[in-house]
Design a protein around this ligand. Structure first.
Ligand code: AMP
Length: 573
């Protein structure tokens, strides 16, 4: 077993780790520290939390930075505010005997003004969450020109939380970077991609076992028709009385409408979307975090970076188009050793998408029956009984009421009292679900009813045709049907995936996705099929507006308008 001295760490750091009771380096420290002390070698450490990885990068960082130079030299990027604070706390302990070294934490949800002030004090190590860091870069409040070392801690979590673009932006904007140190508990393909693109011949070290898929998430799906989506959502919520979850929609309008409808119907829910001010957003998030709000409904963009412990369910009101987005969404549950469930409401025409997500996500997905009204009532009833039995009655105040209660209920039996309590509690469920219909989309053809052992086959086949069907209907549109084709100078290079693009154009125009046909996205431009009647509204809402400082150009692609290729400044140029 080796020692910190043998690894070549500065004596002042060893004195501090001694005091912390570190006798020997942990496995990740033993393998990482000698490599990282060179300062020039890219490194990938596959290690879980608790393996001592903070010291594995913290000690070499402190060893190699120049304490006399008062500007940021090292950047540690991590997914959450909690982790950010924890890393800074540990680094502070390690540097106890070093003078002239400063470390600062910058993260969202706290005063940016105070953080800017801290940065101005001449810090060498910045520990940041991606969103706040980008904010500081855009405000020119942080100088990354001389950052030599970038550490990506819990990289898989950051990608799960939707920070991929931000991480790439940060890596692109650290021109003096001499080495990148990436730590991650898992190695999903997205991390491989980032490492291939931004790292040079990284030394890779694995400590313990690396899992590829998050096994603490149970992926489930329900198949229904498009018009029963909302009812299905309600059934799922009602069938899980203790639910603490996030529902994802594609558009702001859906999030708003569903939230309002569910609130009217007595559910404990609020929406998170791009139209909220920071203050409103903080308020909703605060309520959700302290569990005074049971459900949150959000668009992908608005939910970026949400880190709430104990989420039991993530519900995809609709499936996202991109596998990455599915992964971001489902990653909100099953965290910190907890089990979670990711539910998708799928209609037959989405099955082909679903199969693709299932394959790439490398997890087994379970088809579930949408519970019947009776199932829901039974579940609610048992939940109610459990609640009744576990109610705390230790307060002696209740004793004083017992004689009064006994007198009042003298003429009715215990059974009747219980019945009355039950009726009071969940009459609304019984009434609501009295004549409820079966929401499951069931196969109807003779062939399928003979083939119960493989009930999904038919859906798969018909869905496998989904793309082609759309292709056929496109021919119909171009033959003079109800569609126009719009050109817009936004594309995948602007950081859009199909789903986020769809959400963006619908949010901007306040239109519903039903008006859209096929969307064809290229690097720099996209073409959108849209109901003729809605085309002008979309053009009016987008054409001439700004997207990340660039003017959007949108016009009818088939009316001879200029759909050319204009060189545009990109973010960071
Ligand atoms: P981390 O994986 O960085 O979250 O570290 C997990 C815990 O292990 C922290 O409480 C560290 O203080 C502790 N730790 C890190 N390195 C060592 C070591 N070499 N010996 C003993 N404890 C350590």
């Amino acid at each position: 077993m080796t020692t910190f001295e043998a690894l070549g760490i500065d004596a002042r750091l060893i004195q501090a780790t001694d005091e912390l009771g570190y006798v020997n380096p942990t496995a990740i420290q033993e393998q990482a520290i000698p490599v990282l002390l060179s300062g020039t070698q890219d490194f990938i450490g596959l290690a879980q939390t608790g393996t001592g990885k903070t010291a594995a990068f913290g000690l070499p960082l402190l060893h190699i930075i120049d304490a006399a130079a008062k500007y940021p030299q090292a950047l540690v990027v991590c997914p959450t505010r909690e982790l950010c604070l924890q890393i800074v706390k540990e680094i502070e302990l390690f540097k106890k005997y070093m003078t002239g070294v400063s470390v600062v934490a910058v993260y969202g949800g706290a005063s940016i003004g105070l953080q800017i002030r801290d940065l101005k004090r001449g810090v060498q190590i910045v520990v940041a969450t991606p969103g706040r860091l980008i904010d500081l870069i855009e405000r020119k409040a942080i100088n990354l020109e001389q950052i030599k070392y970038v550490v990506l801690d819990e990289a898989d979590e950051m990608l799960n939380m939707g920070f991929q673009d931000d991480i790439e932006f940060i890596l692109k904007n650290t021109p003096a970077r001499e080495s990148t140190w990436l730590f991650s508990a898992t190695m999903p393909p997205e991390i491989r991609k980032v490492s291939k693109k931004y790292m040079k011949d990284p030394k890779e070290v694995t400590v313990g076992k690396v899992n590829t898929a998050n096994k603490s998430i149970d992926h489930q799906y329900y198949v229904t028709t498009a018009q029963h989506r909302y009812e299905t959502l309600k059934r799922i919520i009602d069938f899980n009385p203790g639910i603490y979850g996030i529902i994802f929609t594609r558009t702001k309008l859906d999030a708003q409408e569903i939230s309002e409808r569910l609130t009217r119907e007595g559910y404990d829910i609020d929406a998170l979307h791009g139209d909220l001010t920071q203050q409103q957003r903080d308020k909703v998030m605060g309520q959700f975090r302290d569990k005074s709000l049971q459900l949150l409904i959000a668009t992908d963009v608005a939910a970026r970076g949400i880190d709430v412990v104990g989420i039991t369910h993530v519900i995809n009101y609709e499936l996202p188009d991109d596998v990455e987005i599915y992964t971001h969404r489902s990653g909100r549950t099953g965290r910190a050793g907890n089990q979670g469930i990711c539910v998708s409401i799928v209609h037959a025409k989405e099955m082909y998408k679903f199969k693709q997500i299932e394959r790439i996500n490398n997890s087994q997905f379970h088809k579930m029956d949408i519970p019947s009204g009776k199932d829901v009532c039974r579940k609610q009833f048992f939940h109610f009984m459990d609640k009744l039995l576990s109610t705390d009655i230790s307060n002696s105040e209740y004793e004083t009421y017992v004689p009064m209660l006994a007198e009042k209920f003298a003429d009715i039996s215990k059974e009747e009292v219980l019945k009355r309590i039950a009726a009071m509690e969940f009459d609304r469920f019984l009434k609501y679900y009295e004549n409820s219909e079966d929401l499951n989309l069931r196969e109807r053809s003779k062939r399928d009813s003979n083939d119960r052992s493989e009930p999904r086959r038919r859906d798969e086949r018909s869905e496998g045709r989904g793309d082609r069907d759309r292709g056929d209907s496109r021919k119909e549109y171009t033959r003079g049907g109800g569609y126009s084709r719009l050109f817009v100078n936004l594309g995948t290079k602007d950081g859009f995936f199909k789903a986020s693009f769809l959400q963006y154009i619908l949010d901007m125009s306040d239109l519903k996705k039903e008006v859209l046909g096929k969307i064809d996205m290229k690097d720099m431009n996209s073409w959108i099929e849209i109901d003729k009647g809605a085309a002008q509204q979309m053009i009016r809402s987008l054409d001439g507006k700004n997207y990340k400082g660039r003017r959007i150009r949108m016009n009818d692609a088939d009316s001879g308008g200029p759909a050319g290729f204009v060189k545009r400044p990109r973010r960071g140029e």
